[in-house]
Design a protein around this ligand. Structure first.
Ligand SMILES: [Zn+2]
Ligand SMILES: [Zn+2]
Length: 258
């Protein structure tokens, strides 16, 4: 049993053959997935996938990089979206300064609104951070994100950032990046994060793990992420699978395994 804690099943690369994607999950022992919302515009499609499949849940939120909605989601709007029973998390939200030019105050405001929505509903957060670790942790503290907890998804930051997030009660999720040969520092973080705080994900259709690197990614490949973590820690694959699955259902407590 394995859970892909972060994928984008509404993206055309996966949605075009959703039946195939789900059957390859099944064939690889990936029993459940969390499909992640990135825009207001596409949320209905994300939600529809989760309503159509008992082993798929979804999140509600707007990605920090996304500007295609043309306006900001209000707190009331996010709360209404995330109230849906198939929505088990708020996000993906966070900060991404990688592509931002100039003042990113709009991103920090958007992030704060998501944390407030999560707290209003008591649903955990899915947090994306890139080139913005310090501000991400600062906003999480200022907005009492610890009250709902959540996950730092597709983690690529230094150990100190993992530590800071775990102090706030957050989980750390590793993607296919941990299988890349040049990801030495990240492999070290994956050795150190306590097993009871760890999740695995694909972030598919992006970031396919070795041995599929450069090809389109899919939830079935989360197996390679768990295998790499088991090898790094010198423990059995089954132990990583069991721990990360238990952690998933412990954290996303609105998700009930079918
Ligand atoms: Zn992300
Ligand atoms: Zn994502």
């Amino acid at each position: 049993m394995l859970v892909d804690s972060h994928c984008h099943l509404d993206f055309p690369e996966l949605n075009a053959d959703l039946a195939g994607v789900l059957s390859r999950m099944h064939d690889n022992g990936v029993t459940h997935a969390l499909t992640i919302s990135t825009t207001l515009e596409t949320f209905p499609a994300v939600r529809a996938v989760a309503h159509a499949h008992a082993n798929v849940w979804c999140s509600a939120g707007v990605h920090p990089d996304e500007r295609r909605d043309g306006r900001e989601a209000t707190l009331d709007e996010l709360v209404a979206m995330a109230r849906d029973p198939r929505v088990v998390a708020v996000g993906e939200t966070g900060l991404d300064y990688y592509r931002v030019e100039g003042d990113a105050e709009w991103q920090r405001e958007r992030f704060r609104t998501h944390i407030r929505a999560a707290r209003e509903l008591g649903k955990p957060l899915v947090i994306h951070t890139r080139a913005a670790a310090e501000d991400t942790l600062r906003v999480m503290r200022e907005e009492s994100a610890a009250e709902v907890g959540g996950v730092m998804h597709c983690f690529t930051e230094a150990w100190e950032v993992a530590e800071g997030a775990m102090e706030l009660g957050f989980h750390i999720s590793f993607s296919g990046i941990v299988t890349f040969k040049n990801a030495k520092d990240l492999k070290e973080v994956a050795r150190r994060v306590p097993l009871e705080r760890m999740l695995v994900e694909t972030d598919s259709p992006y970031l396919a793990p070795v041995p599929h690197r450069g090809k389109p990614n899919q939830p079935a490949f989360v197996r390679h992420v768990a295998e790499e973590i088991a090898a790094l820690r010198g423990i059995a694959f089954e132990d990583v699978a069991r721990a990360t699955t238990d952690n998933f259902f412990g954290l996303f407590r609105h998700a009930r395994p079918a």
